[in-house]
Design a protein around this ligand. Sequence first.
Ligand code: BGC
Length: 801
Amino acid sequence: MDRFNITYRGWEPKQQKQREAICTLGNGYIATRGAAEESGNNGVNYPGTYLAGGYNRAKTNISGETIENEDFVNFPNWLCLSFRGEGGEWLDLSKFKILYYKQTLKMKIGVLERDFRVEDDQGRRSHILSRRMVSMRDKNLACLTWTFTPENWGGKVEFLSALDGNVTNDNVVRYRDLESHHLNPCATNQIDEDSISLLVRTKQSRITMAQAASTRIYLREKQLKPVIETRQKEGYVAQVLQLDVKEGQRYTLEKTVAVFTSRDRAISEPLLEAEKTIKRTGRFREILLRHTEAYERLWHRADMEIVEDDRNQRLLRLHIFHILQTVSYNIIGYDVGVPSRGLHGEAYRGHIFWDELYIFPYLNLRFPEITRSLLMYRYYRIDEARFAAIKAGKKGAMYPWQSGSNGREESQVIHLNPNSGRWIPDNTYLQRHINSAIAYNIWSYFLATDDQQFLSFFGAEMFLSIASFWGSMVIYNHEKGHYEIHGVVGPDEYHTSYPGSDKPGLKNNAYTNVMAAWVMQKAIEILGLIEKSRKREILKELAIGDEEIALWADISRKMYVPFINSHIIAQFEGYEKLEEFPWGKYRKKYKDIHRLDRVLENEGDSPNNYKASKQADVLMLFYLFSRNQVYEIFKKLGHEFTEEMIVKNIEYYRSRTSHGSTLSRVVFSWIHLKYDKKKSWDNFKKVLVSDFEDIQGGTTPEGIHLGAMAGSLDLVQRGFLGIEVGETALWINPYILEKLKKITLKVEYRRHWISISIDDKKLKVSFEEGWKNKVKIGVIDQIYEFKQGEIREFSLEKESY
Ligand code: BGC
C-alpha cells in the first residue's frame, strides 16, 4: 500500500507550493491544488482551482503596447475551511504552534490527507485529520472532511466554511505584470440552513461556474445542530458554524461541494444544477465509496508495477496519477485538449503544445477513448487552422504552436525574462513541427486501435490538411533539385533566428523537414487505406488533386536534410557556423544553466549565437522512429543511414544540450537505451524526479510537466519492455535494464487486453480478453497467434538474445 502513497512530514512553508502541485487532486474536469484549506493566497499557500478548457482572454498594456493573453483561469476556491476557539485566532499555521504535521497523497484512492496537531495562543491543543477528494466518479462533486479533536480543552468553537470567488491568477511570478482578474462575481446565496452557493462568470469568455456547498457536523453518527450564521459579500459566501465541544471528543465536519459550469453537458443552468445536486448528495463516505471504486477500475488498467525499489515505483505511480487527474474518462466528448502543465498551475496558461506526442503513447495502450477525444479537440479547431494557413499564404491546415479555447495561436508575443526583467519578443510560435506531431499522433492512435472510422473520417481530414500545408510550405531549390522549408523554429527553442538577424525563423530545421517528408509519405498511404468513396469525397472537399499528390510523393523523396559532415545532421542549415558554447565556463559561473536563454539574454548575448540546444531536436527522430524506420525514411531521401551515424549524432548533440525542457531527458533516456545503459538509466531517473524534486528549480509549483511524466511511463513500456505497436502485430522486444528487476503491466491493443510481465529470465504474455478470439503478438523476432485466455512464457536467458 505504501507504494501508492506520497508522504510529506513536517510543515515546510518554503516547500508548500511545490507540494501543492504534487498533491493536486482532479478528475479531468476540474482540479484543485493541494493547498491548505484554512489559508487563502498568502504568499506561502496558493489554492488554485482549474477547469478543463476554462480559459479567459485579457489585455494588458506593457511598455506602451497592448498585448492579449488567454489565461487558464483560477476559479473560486471551494476549499476554505477553518476554526477558532472562543476568543482565539482563526487557524493559521504561521501563527499557531505546530505540534505535528504529516501530509499524505493516497494515490490508490485519490485522497489527500493532512494530519496535524496545533496549539493556539491560549494553549488550546487541537488535532485535525483532514481528508479531501475531487470525485472521479461524480465529476461535479468535491468533498472535504475534518475529524476535529480538542485535545486539552472544551468550550465554544467556530468553524468557517466558505466559497471564495475573489481570487485572481497569481501563481506565476513572471506573469504578475499581466492582467490577472478574470472573474466577475454574479451571485451568492444561502440555499438552506447549512448550504450556500456562489456564481461567477469569466469576464471575456463568459464561462459561468456555480459552486454549492453544504457543511455539516457529526458526533459519531449523530448530526449536530450548530448555530449557523451565513455571511455574504460580493464574490464570497461563508457560513460560520458555532458549537460547544468537549475535550477529547472527535467531531466530524463534512463539506461537500457541487461544481457546475456553462461548459457542462446535460444541464439547464449551472447554479440550478449545483444547488439541486448539493441537496441530493449523501455523506462523505458514500461519495468516497463511488470515488474509490472508480479508482479501482482506473488502476486496473493504468498501473505499472516495477520490482526495483519502492521510491521509483511510487514515482511512476505519481506520474500515472497525474495523467488521470488531468485527463480521465470525464473529459470524453468535453472538447478539451491536454494542457502541458496539467490542471495543476498557471504556467503556460493551460495551453496545449506538442507534448501530446509524449503523452499519447501511454494513453493509446490503455485509454484509447481518451486519446480519441483529445484528437477531436484538434479536429474541432481545424477551421481555425485553415484560416491560419490562408492568412500565412499557405494551403491546408496550420495548427498553432500553443492552442487554447478556439484554436487560434496563443503563443505570447513577448515574454518576460525574470533574470533581466526585460520583455523580449517570443518567436517560438514558428514551431510548425506541431503539425507533424498531430499527424504522427493520428497515425499512432490508428495503429494502436485500428479505429478505421476515426481514421477515414476525422483523422484523414486532419492528416491530409496537414500534408497540404507542408506541400505549400516547401520551396523547390531548382539549383540543388530538392525541397526546403524556411522561416521555422525546431523543437529547440533556443534558436529562433540567425546570429545578428532580426528576422525570425531558420532555414531547413532537419527535424521539421524529415517529419514533413514522413507526413507526405503517410498521407499517400492513408489515401490507400480509406474507402474509395471517402477518398473521393475528402479529396474533393479539401481540393487536393493528382498534381498535389504527385508533389507529396516528390517531396517525400527530395526533402533536403542538412548535414554538417557525412555523419552528423545539422540541426538547421548554417548550424555549423555557430560558435561552440563555453559550457565549462558557464557551469562554473552559474549554479543552474538549464535556461541558458535567460542567462545569456541577461548578459546581452543570445543562444542564437551558439551550438547550444534547450532540448532534443535532431535526436527527436531517433525517439519517434525505430532504427529501421529511420533507415527507411532517410533511404527514401537519398541518404544511407547507419547505426554508427545514430551513435555519432547522439554524442554530438548530447554535449550541446542544456535540457532546459523536462521533455529532453525523456528523449535522451530513450536514445541511449541501446548504446549506453548507464546514461539511459541516469536520464530516466532524472525524468522520474522532474517534478517530485522540481529539477528545473521552481517550475513545478507553477504546474507539473505532464509530457515528462507520461514520457517516463512510455520509457518503461516502449523502452525497457520494448513494446512496439506494429502494423500487423504488437511487438515485444524486451530491453530490460539490470536495475529494473521485474515489470508487470497491461496494455490494450486493438481492443484486446494483454498482460505482460518480465524479469531477467522470462517474459510472460497472456491474452486476457478481447473482442476477437485471436491476436498477433510478436516476441523478439517471431509472431505468435494468441487465443483468448492463452498464457505463454518465453525464456530471456542471455543466449536467447
Ligand atoms: C518546451 C516545449 C514544450 C513546452 C510545454 C517548453 O519549455 O520547450 O517543447 O512543448 O515547454 O511543455
